[in-house]
Write a protein that binds this ligand. Structure first.
Ligand SMILES: Nc1ncnc2c1ncn2[C@@H]1O[C@H](COP(=O)(O)OP(=O)(O)OP(=O)(O)O)[C@@H](O)[C@H]1O
Ligand SMILES: [Mg+2]
Length: 332
């Protein structure tokens, strides 16, 4: 990492300072190898003080941001790429910001007609100002037990807990607040968890097969995500044709409602009555050996490298179209 970027090469950004640094490095490595397999010249690079000078000195053809968690998915790195006018794969800064903020994303997708678990979103200060015990009692009354506590902005299930008894709630809140100043509490939905990517290489967003997630220990937490063999996946998820179509429609609707581009992954739970609940959408989903997006791409009969190469192609031509449009406006 840190090597000069040859012209016409793709720069895969991975690492960063978020809690998901290790996951990002693994995603970055996998995507880089897959892209190289298609004949594309690829450079992998971390995010550090040398990045901006390097991007100015050797402009890549395109950047693939494989940065998870804050700064990767909250739009910050994309703002920098916009400032430098470098093409990149994925959502704009504004769309990334909205998608990364779970309460905001829930509001947007609800307006688009999706169902998302009832929730309450509270900052740390409210507990201090109003007295934690009273606030927590009201939360349990509203959402019932078990309930789900998560940081409003985070990833890889870090800071997330299932709360089974009122006594467990204070600890779960402290855990969530360790990852951010705002917590999202949700009604717990039990059922089958599925994740599915939406890909748009220029011909419109389309959903790839849903992956059913069955963690051995019942919880899809950080360990269940990144320890090989600790979660069983089934792809395509064993769903009726109607439910398959509904989750596909839901993922595309979330992608469109949030104004996302190129690639996203929606996480959903299907309850015992067959109702589909939207949890969240990721703008830089994981591509590690145990991640769901590569499984879905494979199940669709596609090659990972070809898919990423086509997204790079779409991002480069979008950028060229924008330049052309700006030139025309200047000369009009
Ligand atoms: N309301 C809910 N009911 C039941 N389980 C839930 C609920 N919300 C989240 N979960 C569980 O917690 C996990 C983490 O939640 P979520 O996907 O919202 O967080 P994340 O940290 O952003 O994860 P990711 O790595 O997918 O970005 C989910 O994969 C799911 O297993
Ligand atoms: Mg998730």
């Amino acid at each position: 990492m840190g090597a000069p970027v040859p012209p016409d090469s793709v720069l895969v950004l991975a690492g960063g300072l978020s809690h998901e640094r290790d996951v990002s490095l693994r995603s970055g490595r996998r995507v880089s190898e897959a892209l190289r397999g298609t004949g594309v010249e690829v450079v992998e690079r971390d995010v550090d003080a040398g990045l901006l000078p390097a991007l100015r000195a050797d402009r890549p053809l395109c950047v693939v941001p494989m940065l998870h968690g804050e700064t990767g998915e909250d739009g910050a790195i994309r703002e920098i790429l916009e400032l430098l006018d470098i093409p990149y794969v994925g959502a704009t800064p504004a769309a990334s910001r909205a998608a990364f903020d779970k309460p905001v994303a829930k509001t947007v997708v609800t307006r688009a007609g999706l169902r998302t678990p009832e929730s309450v979103c509270l900052p740390h200060e409210t507990f201090r100002e109003l007295g934690a015990a009273d606030v927590m009692a009201a939360l349990v009354e509203r959402l019932g037990l078990p309930l789900m506590v998560k940081p409003a902005r985070s990833g890889s299930a870090l800071g997330c807990s299932v709360v089974h008894t009122a006594e467990q709630l204070p600890g779960a809140m402290v855990h969530a607040f360790a990852y951010g100043a705002v917590a999202l509490l949700e009604r717990f939905v039990s059922g089958t968890e599925v994740a599915l990517p939406v890909i748009d290489d220029g011909s419109g967003p389309r959903a790839l097969p849903a992956v059913a997630i069955k963690p051995d220990g019942g919880l899809y937490d950080y360990t269940a995500r990144y320890t090989a063999g600790s979660t069983e996946f089934e792809v395509p998820a064993p769903l009726s044709p109607e439910l398959s179509a509904e989750v596909a429609r839901g993922a595309v609707a979330a992608h469109e409602a949030l104004g996302l581009r190129d690639l996203s992954r929606s996480d959903l739970i299907i309850d015992a009555d067959g109702a589909v609940w939207f949890l969240e959408v990721n703008v830089a989903p994981g591509f590690t050996e145990t991640s769901t997006v590569p499984l879905s791409i494979h199940a669709a009969g596609l090659d990972l490298g070809d898919v990423v190469a086509s997204l790079v192609g779409a991002a480069v031509s979008r950028h060229q179209d924008r330049d052309r449009h700006r030139d025309e406006e200047r000369h009009a």
